[in-house]
Design a binder for this molecule. Structure first.
Ligand code: DAH
Length: 341
């Protein structure tokens, strides 16, 4: 075999055989192994005269070197190809748009509650909880609304049985709190929660709604502290430059009772559609705890006094965020919540 011939044969094999690293090393063994054509030449050498042995030896070495070189080159080529293939298959396109993660957001009612809670916790209030299925006693009687009291007509009630009902107001928590606080006789709580009334649902009424009750009882609390507290709340909710106005009102559980208006945050008192031209918007009811309530809950009204307030959370949320229909707050439409992330 001549050098040129060997080169041609090997290159032809490279061309016609579909080689990978494994089959290449098999092919290499065929050429360079013990039974290969090069090795065979060496076997013939034994019988040759010394002179020719030398020339043949040189030739065999040259053939070996050539074949080794060709196979090494081919091996490098295949390795490179395989690496490229691997890179190609493992390619990551970092410019592709990412998968959007659906991030939840807090419901507007919860947001308003949290905002008010933050304010009152800062003023030393405790956040209380109370049952939604409530006894008539706590929802009405201990709040100075006995059976057959005309004020019951204002709060059409879902009765569960003769004794229990769905609470119509978070005021029901007042008596629970006062009765529980036998030792300290010092109450300072807010209670956010659901209340229920047999109202027909419309743009401003919902049979299920949210209130936040506030109650302070001790030996010194006064109407002026109530006013200051409510002013702080109005400013926190509707802006630092808000003012409040107190109007006399009636609730069976407070005496005197007031209704509280906030100066209109839209027209700043000039008069607009939101405040119906008056410059003021009603936001809550409040008052000094009625002596009868104090007495029924074990407090001597000659020593103790209290104030209370109740605010409708939906109303605050609707005013604050310009929501026109209370039902949208219960529609579970995520597009609404997403706006308030
Ligand atoms: N519970 C009353 C309502 O649902 C609101 C209210 C008014 C609560 C005056 C109070 C208060 O604590 O003092 O209409």
């Amino acid at each position: 075999m001549e050098l040129e011939e060997l080169k041609r044969k090997i290159n032809e094999d490279f061309k016609t055989l579909k080689l990978n690293l494994q089959t290449l090393s098999e092919l290499r063994a065929q050429y360079l192994g013990k039974k290969g054509p090069i090795q065979e030449l060496l076997l013939d050498m034994k019988n040759l005269p010394n002179e020719e042995k030398r020339t043949l030896g040189e030739k065999v070495n040259a053939l070996k070197a050539l074949a080794t070189e060709l196979f090494e080159e081919k091996k490098k080529e295949l390795e490179k190809e395989e690496q490229l293939k691997k890179l190609e298959s493992e390619k990551v396109d970092v410019t592709l748009p990412g998968k959007e993660i659906n991030q939840g957001s807090i419901h507007i009612l919860s947001k308003v509650i949290e905002e008010i809670e933050d304010l009152f916790i800062g003023m030393g209030y405790e956040v209380k909880d109370g049952p939604e299925v409530e006894e008539d006693k706590f929802n009405f009687q201990l709040l100075n609304i006995p059976k057959d009291h005309p004020a019951r007509a204002m709060q059409d009630t879902f009765y569960v049985d003769a004794v229990r009902l769905l609470r119509t107001q978070t005021s029901a928590v007042q008596a629970h709190t006062m009765l529980e606080d036998e030792e300290k006789r010092d109450v300072r709580i807010i209670c956010p929660g659901k209340a229920y009334r047999r109202d027909d649902d419309d743009a401003t009424h919902s049979h299920e709604f949210t209130q936040m009750e506030g109650l302070v009882v001790n030996k010194t609390v006064s109407m002026s502290e109530l006013k200051g507290t409510l002013l702080s709340m109005a400013k926190a909710l509707f802006g630092e430059d808000r003012e409040i106005r107190l109007r006399p009102s009636y609730f069976p559980f407070t005496e005197p009772s007031i209704e509280v208006d906030v100066s209109c945050f839209k027209c700043h008192g000039k008069g607009c559609a939101l405040c119906k031209g008056t410059g003021w918007i009603e936001i809550l009811g409040a008052g000094m705890v009625n002596n009868n309530v104090l007495k029924m809950c074990g407090y001597d009204p000659n020593i103790y006094q209290g104030f209370a307030f109740g605010v409708g959370i939906e109303r605050i949320a609707m005013l604050k965020y310009g929501i026109e229909d209370i039902r949208t707050l219960y529609s579970n439409d995520l597009r609404q919540n997403k706006q308030f992330k």
